[in-house]
Write a protein that binds this ligand. Structure first.
Ligand SMILES: Cc1cc2nc3c(=O)[nH]c(=O)nc-3n(C[C@H](O)[C@H](O)[C@H](O)COP(=O)(O)O)c2cc1C
Length: 171
């Protein structure tokens, strides 16, 4: 990993789709550009190919729990590029529902750039979560999620917390 930030135009979205297991089935051009990976390196792979080691496991556990309930997920995620640069995003992950069967057949993620000033706030919380998880047990991941929930409770939960600090307004 390096301390170099990957850059991209702030009004552009990084988009991908997955199957039910989280394997990438589609990545837009910007996803490939920012990741420094071509389609062949991404399709069929899990998103952990761009997982940054600073990310606590608990954030992804919470993400999957939210999706499995059929709900959409909003989260702040630090990702890595092929050459070890990093970039933060506000990720909105939604279940993809087959209109004919009404069943979930995959997931869709839209990622927005966030303001640099927000990164420090969330990075501090994630650092604390990593410390809790360093116990290395399954329970410690749940404990880290509980810590995250407690930190965000004043804002009305993790979802409202991240939308609030990212300053995104959805109509
Ligand atoms: C639609 C979708 C988008 C995802 N986007 C990311 C992402 O941008 N970065 C990331 O690290 N994980 C992302 N994940 C989560 C990964 O599937 C995985 O749970 C996470 O990287 C942790 O991997 P690990 O448990 O193998 O360490 C996404 C999952 C889905 C379903």
């Amino acid at each position: 990993m390096t301390d170099q930030r990957a850059q991209w135009p702030s009004d552009h979205l990084i988009i991908s789709k997955t199957d039910l297991k989280g394997k990438i089935t589609y990545a837009n051009r910007l996803f490939m550009q920012v990741s420094e990976m071509h389609e062949g390196q991404l399709l069929g792979k899990p998103h952990s190919v761009i997982r940054h080691p600073d990310m606590p496991r608990g954030v992804f556990r919470y993400m999957w729990q939210t999706l499995q309930k059929g709900e959409e997920f909003f989260g702040l995620v630090k990702n890595k590029t092929y050459t070890g640069k990093y970039y933060w995003v506000l990720a909105n992950v939604t279940p993809n529902v087959n209109v004919q069967t009404g069943k979930i057949n995959g997931y869709f993620s839209v990622r927005r750039q966030i303001n640099e000033s927000v990164e420090e706030v969330i990075a501090n919380i994630y650092q604390e979560m990593k410390k809790i998880e360093s116990a290395g047990t399954n329970q410690s991941i749940d404990d880290a999620v509980a810590y995250l929930m407690a930190e965000c409770s004043k804002a009305g939960g993790y979802r409202d917390f991240v939308i609030g600090i990212a300053g995104v307004r959805f109509k």
